[in-house]
Design a protein around this ligand. Sequence first.
Ligand SMILES: O=C[C@H](O)[C@H](O)[C@H](O)COP(=O)(O)O
Length: 222
Amino acid sequence: MNEKEIVAEEAVKLVEDGMVLGIGSGTTIAVFLEKLGERIKKEGLEVYGVPSSYQSHFLALKAGIRIVDLFEYSELDLCIDGADQIDKNLNCIKGGGGALTREKIVSQASKRFIVIAEERKFVDKLSMPVPIEVIPFAYGHVVRKLQEMGGICKLREGSGKLGPVISDNGNFIIDCNFDEIENPKELELSLNAIAGIVENGIFCNVDEVILGSKDGIKILKR
Ligand SMILES: O=C[C@H](O)[C@H](O)[C@H](O)COP(=O)(O)O
């Protein structure tokens, strides 16, 4: 098994019959959903889920998860998601796949939020560019504000489409480099105080991280 499979398998064990899940996005979550689908089929489990992207929506349907929404379930039992970088205080940077806004919503709506990732993503201090979802109308204003904060901005482009990547919510994604982030919580809040920013990819609400390496798993708890 590779590292994604190791952590996905561990996370699948946490799912119980009747649970309502917050479902993250990304390649690690794709493996998790595949393995959860096998369990659902084998054990006849009823699992409900709120997906955080069109990617995980399709995969969750395929896995046999009943798709529900936050209108019906305002509180979810458990959220499982991947991450791009994780520090020793379990703060994360997420949004490499552009799904950060809905991911943060389902994570905050959940009683327990668990991140699964390869151990190579574990760092002393968060330092990668922070994905920031921005309403297109506000783009120029937001870039100026981020530059005033010392950030170096790059509009996300490509991935088979000409021009900017458009998020599942119809917005732009800016990857903003702040180098090493001394105080993730403070930066998370300051970014969200800028009008036009919908959400940013700093997550300080993780309860548990399951890290996988070729030597096995490590579980870190807040
Ligand atoms: O927007 C994407 C998400 O935040 C992902 O959870 C994150 O980018 C990690 O993705 P992967 O499991 O593909 O490394």
